[in-house]
Design a protein around this ligand. Structure first.
Ligand SMILES: NC(=O)c1ccc[n+]([C@@H]2O[C@H](COP(=O)([O-])OP(=O)(O)OC[C@H]3O[C@@H](n4cnc5c(N)ncnc54)[C@H](O)[C@@H]3O)[C@@H](O)[C@H]2O)c1
Length: 400
């Protein structure tokens, strides 16, 4: 049984509490902290938590809690982590770990020096569908991963501080790109070093300093490319989609707007549909169990199991740091309009392997470039001579 001090009583804290106190869970939140006592006490009542406080220190040092869960705005993550380090308490932190890689690295070093358990709460890699997809990729079902694409777009976040680039550390990239980048890393392989980033970012709609739209390409050491697409101005709900293209296969996942549940309503009931849904009338796309479908249950299962068996969870502060470093490069690239290197003072993955040889032999003299059965009954082979480099086309009759 885990006993948790929860820092924050806002939007994500409620998803976390729904997950931790969900079904017949043994795990309990022992104390909840919010900046405003009234909101902490309302939260404590809603989730039947015995204690609430408006002092972060008091919550972290709650003698009944053996783990701290940080669900605070981005600008408070570092201070909260340092309070856990001081108290020598295990700590889980929501995404993004830091507002930049410097903050993230300070947090990583501090928890490691203190020898405390640390988990990075990147829920979207724990989505059951994504977990299964990652397993298939790791077993080789897709061959060599060449390209990943991850998209998170919605009509914008729900609290004022997200829109303040200083408090949040940026805009849509820091808020949503962190998910997409870590999804890409999980498919390409966390051992493979992200080398450089090319990113376009702009403020197209909202009256803010930060970017409200961005697209980035992260190039990895083995030649793979991971694309992220983020927006705070997308209309129509929350679009969470991932694609993986490998030398032997493809995966397409739609996590939210089309989960196989489609409903028409005249709007007769003023009902909740799904996170960031813009309408509850007409054709709507509800999500059956958001807490599960967004990965929170599997994520806390991994975190608590790892803590109890004295192992590392699948996502640690180190992962949060790498993601922050990739986002820093994205911000530099959006300004310079050039590929910018990912600066990783600490890299714990593999050595450089370069691109893998994927060419297929046709016979001793030729490589096979392409084989296609046409609609007119001919199989076409495109071959390349290994020595001369000459390209030839060979036709044979298809078996009927
Ligand atoms: N899928 C996800 O993993 C996910 C989703 C949403 C948010 N988040 C992350 O969770 C964190 C919190 O986001 P949220 O959406 O719950 O925010 P929120 O604004 O809904 O809640 C913030 C909480 O922090 C508390 N707080 C303490 N000091 C504060 C201060 N000075 N200013 C503002 N709030 C203060 C508030 O009382 C509130 O309980 C962020 O880091 C965000 O990126 C993660």
């Amino acid at each position: 049984m885990r006993k948790i001090a929860l820092l924050g009583a806002g939007f994500i804290a409620r998803f976390y509490a729904d997950s931790i106190h969900g079904l017949r869970s043994r795990d309990r939140i022992t104390v909840v902290y919010a900046r405003n006592g009234e909101s902490a006490s309302r939260f404590a009542e809603d989730y039947r938590i015995g204690k609430w406080t408006d002092s972060m220190e008091a919550a972290v040092n709650d003698p009944d809690a053996d783990m701290v869960l940080i669900a605070l705005p981005n600008f408070l993550h570092e201070a909260a982590v340092m309070a856990c380090v001081k108290a020598k308490k295990a700590v889980l932190c929501t995404k993004p770990l830091g507002r930049n890689a410097d903050e993230a690295l300070r947090m990583l070093k501090a928890v490691e020096e203190a020898g405390i358990f640390h988990g990075y709460l990147e829920d979207l890699v724990y989505i059951p569908k994504t977990q299964k997809a990652i397993q298939s990729v790791r077993k080789g079902a897709l061959g060599q991963v060449l390209w990943t694409r991850s998209r998170e777009t919605h009509p914008g976040p729900h609290s004022d501080w997200f829109w303040d680039s200083e408090a949040a550390g940026g805009g849509a990239i820091i808020d949503l790109g962190c998910h997409c980048i870590q999804i890409g890393r999980n498919y390409i392989g966390k051992d493979v070093r992200p080398i450089e980033v090319m990113c376009w970012a702009d403020t197209l709609v909202k009256p803010i300093d930060a970017e409200d739209n961005a697209i980035g390409l992260v190039r990895y050491d083995n030649g793979a490319v991971s694309q992220f697409e983020v927006s705070w101005t997308f209309r129509g709900g929350m679009d969470l989609r991932d694609e993986v293209m490998g030398s032997e296969g493809t995966i397409w996942i739609n996590n939210f707007l089309r989960t196989g549940f489609e409903m028409y309503t005249s709007g007769a009931a003023d009902a909740y549909v799904a996170e960031k849904s813009e309408t509850n009338q007409g054709w709507v796309f509800p999500v059956g169990d958001e807490v599960h479908e967004l990965g929170y249950n599997v994520m806390f299962g991994d975190m608590f199991d790892a803590f109890e068996s004295k192992k590392e969870p699948a996502e640690t502060f180190y992962d949060g740091y790498v993601v922050n470093a990739v986002m820093d490069a994205a911000y530099r690239s959006a300004k310079s309009r050039q590929w910018e290197p990912v600066e990783l003072e600490v890299w714990r993955g593999g050595e450089s392997t370069g691109k893998k040889e994927l060419m297929k032999d046709y016979d001793d003299e030729h490589y096979l470039i392409k084989e296609e059965t046409t609609h007119y009954g001919v199989v076409k082979l495109i071959l390349k001579h290994k020595k001369t480099g000459k390209l030839i086309e060979v036709e044979k009759q298809a078996d009927r």
